[in-house]
Ligand binder design. Structure first.
Ligand code: SF4
Length: 478
């Protein structure tokens, strides 16, 4: 009987069965940031405890950092306090911190992979929902709450109940202008935002196999938006080549030994999954959300749904979304006027995302009524992009080129929507108030679609753009 990657990694990290039936699970890597860790560190201090495995704990500053002026002290006193508290906690406990002076600071789910900290076969925890991103490497990665951050700091372990595994098999070549973001928005649209409850999602199929690591991270990042506790892709050559030479990846003969082991972790041919779903990748269109959760989406060339066509239990949620967004059933998605364009976040602010968005706006101008910003996912992404001149392409087109951080993904910093603004966003959540204004509205889409919307001043079909991007697989990635 074969086993899934989830079962193999779970079993390798299971310390013991707890009296309540849960498993005490060892955590290979604990990623920490300034928002969900202060209380956890404070509890350790109160009890006189130390961080159990500082060598497996890595911190960064991302959620609260301003992306325009990063001079210390920050203008926002609360942000300055949170940064200072994290710095003190890391110093006291011997935890490595990638701060603004490190050259490697950035969004926690961007820097983990790019530094080679994230590796196949690991269990990874972080006090942020989108920790599922790291599953792209064949790791089992969980977003955890503050009390669990305390538990992991103190014991390097988590009390967890095992998950069922749903295999999501995506096959077919993506059309030009269709991206990993469209794939995961389509999956969530089909299975629903609660469809993954109690599951880990295992993404397989030739569409996923052709994806770069950046693209796989985009897919896994939003697993949580489909209700799944984790999402992963089996390690393969793409995974191994991405990690080769990375700062914290094994080196020399150790790398070859590790790579050989990583490959054995992939789900066995004879494995059985608790559920299986097939998706036709060639049928996916550029996808845009129209509502107040990531499952409320349509193809850009479609019209918004009519609640009358849906079961009675779905209608109140749809009515709430229509009222909040100020949209009408059956209105076309394309042509929706936007006020703000945001290329950023741990979903889509890696170098390949910025390249794709830059290729769309090169030689064009942002519409006069649109405020547009590009926020690289990390200092490393920013410097690589600047080396390629992407910053100049964006600036010439009228975008603001910012410093690395979470920025307008959740607006715990000065980057926020105002009043009823509509934002074309490459981020991952379109909940009410997510981008800082209680009445602000978010349309999730791929970075290329955000870039095109910035220029057009409205939602447009990237497939009809004058410089239509190449098909997904042919794109270059770092
Ligand atoms: S970019 Fe958004 S989702 Fe990602 S870590 Fe930051 S706040 Fe969380």
């Amino acid at each position: 009987m074969g086993r899934t990657l989830f079962e193999k990694v779970w079993d390798l990290h299971a310390v013991r069965r707890l009296p309540n039936g849960q498993t005490q699970l060892y955590t290979g890597l604990h990623l920490v940031h300034e928002v969900t860790s202060p209380q956890a560190f404070a509890e350790l201090r109160e009890r006189g405890w130390r961080v159990r495995a500082p060598e497996r704990t890595v911190a960064t500053l991302d959620h609260i950092v301003p992306t325009r002026d990063q001079a210390r002290p920050f203008a926002d006193a609360m942000a300055e306090t949170m940064a200072a508290v994290l710095e003190r906690n890391c110093r006291e406990h011997g935890v490595r911190l990638f701060d603004l002076a490190s050259g490697a600071q950035g969004i926690v789910h961007v820097i983990g992979p790019e530094l080679g900290l994230t590796q196949p076969g690991m269990t990874i925890a972080c006090g942020d929902s989108h920790t599922s991103t790291h599953g792209a490497f064949g790791a089992i990665a969980f977003g955890i709450g503050t009390s669990q951050v305390r538990d992991v700091l103190a014991s390097q372990c988590l009390a967890m109940s095992p998950l069922k595994v749903r295999r999501i098999d995506v096959n077919g070549r993506l059309a030009a202008g269709v991206y990993a973001k469209d794939v995961i928005l389509s999956i969530i649209g089909r299975l629903g935002i609660k469809g993954g409850t109690g599951f880990a999602y295992e993404y397989t199929g030739d569409t996923i196999a052709r994806m770069s690591m950046d693209e796989r991270m985009t897919v896994c990042n939003m697993s949580i938006e489909g209700g799944a506790r984790a999402g992963y892709v089996n390690p393969d050559d793409t995974t191994v080549e991405y990690l080769r030479g990375r700062r914290f990846a094994p080196a020399g003969p150790d790398f070859d030994r590790a790579a050989a082991w990583w490959r054995t972790l992939a789900s066995d041919t004879g494995a059985s999954w608790d559920d299986e779903v097939s998706i036709d990748g060639s049928a996916i269109a550029p996808t845009v959300t129209w509502g107040i959760n990531p499952g409320q989406s349509v193809g850009v060339d479609a019209t918004l749904p009519d609640p009358a066509d849906f079961p009675a239990e779905d209608r109140p949620g749809m009515a709430e979304a229509f009222e909040f967004m100020g949209f009408r059933p059956r209105q076309p998605m394309a042509g929706t006027r936007i006020d703000v364009a945001f290329v950023g976040s741990c979903t889509n602010a890696r170098l390949s995302d910025l390249r794709e968005a830059a290729s769309v706006v090169a030689g064009q101008r942002v519409a006069p009524h649109v405020r547009a910003l590009v926020v690289p996912g990390s200092q490393s992404v920013a410097s690589l992009a600047e080396r390629e001149g992407l910053d100049e392409i964006f600036r010439s087109a009228g975008f603001e080129w910012r410093r690395a951080g979470c920025s307008m993904c959740l607006a715990m910093n000065p980057d926020r929507l105002e009043a009823r603004e509509i934002c074309a966003s490459s981020s991952n959540r379109n909940f009410k108030g997510r981008q800082g204004s209680p009445t602000g509205r978010t349309l999730l889409m791929s970075p290329a679609m955000v870039a095109a919307a910035a220029v057009a001043g409205e939602v447009v079909d990237i497939r009809r753009w004058p410089r239509a991007p190449s098909a997904s697989r042919e794109r270059v990635h770092p």
